[in-house]
Design a binder for this molecule. Structure first.
Ligand SMILES: Cc1ncc(COP(=O)(O)O)c(C=O)c1O
Length: 441
């Protein structure tokens, strides 16, 4: 209990991460594995809370935070952030239902994303969300018709197209022929004018998502500035004062050992400087600015825990095969970027716990893509040891491909104040088999 209190204090001060001294969220990994089975996702809600508090404290008062549910839609995670005052950014009817069920008031939820189907527009309008981000002139038509049919005047943002040159240098209103989000300038202005004339729509402002996983505070500030300038142009063209500018998410976290965390103090100072500059413009001065971070809030708060089932040497390399792989955490295969890997339990075993060696850490899938670490520098794990893939709280389970090869789907566990709770049970292949239909022909 005392150690929990000490840890709670360190979490509060921002000093604690999910893995410390071989403990995961302050708990013995082996206990977690015995209780919930492996592979397993573990989320430390105290770390989530601490990251939210740190971001909130850095932001100027006119900035608000809506958690991007796509990063981790576990109800316990959304509910924790909602209880702390975060809103939610949702990208589907399923995410909207999750945010509402987790207790986030509709007035704090924004609905974003391309290809909204009519049922999704109806749910958004009917729920009276804070704003629906409109991605195209066609979507504006469909949303207006929905709002008219439901007799609900609906607040909207217009989404600007953006291109990222790959180096996180973002250009608004992109025309590289590959952009699929948002609208070009002419469509934006035309939609703005149409929205103002519609009795069923209420134009609040603009939305622009820059780039993903940005670790440079200056790059984020530059994106916010460019978005505000574009939004001010829309306000001048329509004569309507801006009420809300949604600058998207993309706040980064370090995955590799050489990456530095986002400098929150520099981010806060840069954004405060922008705030001063636009306070002079009456069409912009009253605008609230919404950030939609996902990864930043939950990524470092999660770990994927798996057990070593086989060890061998192949081609002169040490290989550890786990009972889970990229079917549960596809990000390393998708991006080519490895996560930090920790061998757990080695210290409790006879032998030299400090010895590190290059180990290939891989999963059980029949594909060469199923590798978490190619020659990762680790205390070499033995069969039966636990291994944690860190920074797996964002775009982990939610982005996985759990059906591939019909392995079990991992359970998810949330830890708060030293107490672990199952938040989604493991799903056995037999449960999925039962849902299939074998035709009688
Ligand atoms: C519209 C929008 N908002 C927010 C996010 C969250 O991004 P991140 O998790 O990088 O902060 C995304 C990610 O794709 C997005 O598309």
């Amino acid at each position: 209990m005392d150690s929990n209190r000490t840890r709670a204090a360190r979490v509060e001060s921002g000093a604690a991460g999910i893995l410390e001294s071989d403990l995961l969220a302050g708990l013995e990994p082996e206990r977690l594995a015995e209780r919930f089975g492996t592979p397993l996702y573990v989320y430390d809600l105290d770390v989530v809370a601490c990251r939210f508090a740190a971001l909130r404290a850095a932001l100027p008062p006119s900035f608000e935070v809506a958690y991007a549910v796509k990063a981790n839609p576990a109800l316990a995670v959304i509910a924790r952030l909602g209880a702390l005052g975060a809103g939610a950014d949702v990208a589907s009817a399923g995410e909207l239902a999750a945010a509402l069920r987790a207790g986030i008031p509709a007035a704090r939820i924004v609905v974003t994303g391309p290809g909204k189907r009519s049922g999704e527009l109806e749910l958004a309008v009917g729920s009276r969300v804070r704003a629906v981000t409109v991605e195209s002139p066609g979507e504006l038509d469909r949303l207006e018709a929905t709002a008219a049919a439901l007799e609900r005047r609906t607040p909207i943002l217009l989404r600007a197209a953006v291109t990222d040159d790959g180096a996180k240098r973002v250009r608004l209103i992109g025309g590289d022929g590959a952009a699929k989000f948002g609208m070009d300038r002419d469509d934006l202005l035309a939609c703005g004018r149409r929205a103002i004339d519609s009795p069923h729509l209420e134009l609040l402002g603009l939305h622009a998502f820059g780039a993903s996983n940005v670790l440079s505070a200056a790059a984020i500030v530059a994106h916010v500035q460019a978005t505000l300038e574009l939004a001010a142009g829309l306000a001048r063209a329509t004569g309507l004062p801006l009420r809300l500018v949604d600058v998207g998410g993309g706040l980064g976290i370090p995955y590799g050992p050489d990456e530095e965390p986002l400098d929150l103090a520099a981010l806060g100072a840069g954004l405060a400087g922008l705030r001063e500059a636009w306070a002079a413009d009456p069409l912009v001065a009253g605008a609230r600015v919404l950030l939609e971070p996902g990864r930043f809030l939950v990524g470092p708060a999660g770990a994927y825990l798996a057990r070593v089932v086989d060890r061998k040497r192949v081609g002169g390399a040490d290989v550890a095969i786990l009972d889970g792989g990229i079917h549960h955490l596809v990000r390393p295969a998708l991006t080519g970027q490895e996560h930090r890997i920790a061998t757990l339990g080695v210290l409790g075993r006879a032998g030299d716990g400090n010895r590190r060696e290059p180990v290939t850490v891989a999963g059980p899938l029949c594909t060469g893509l199923d590798v978490f670490g190619r020659r990762a520098d680790l205390p070499p794990p033995a069969v039966g040891d636990l291994v944690a893939i860190l920074d797996a709280g964002a775009y982990g389970y939610t982005e996985s491909m759990p059906l591939f090869l019909s392995h079990p789907m991992p359970a998810e566990v949330a830890v708060r104040g030293g107490r672990a709770e199952l938040i989604r049970p493991r799903i056995e292949p037999s449960e999925l088999l039962e849902r299939q239909i074998l035709p009688a022909w």
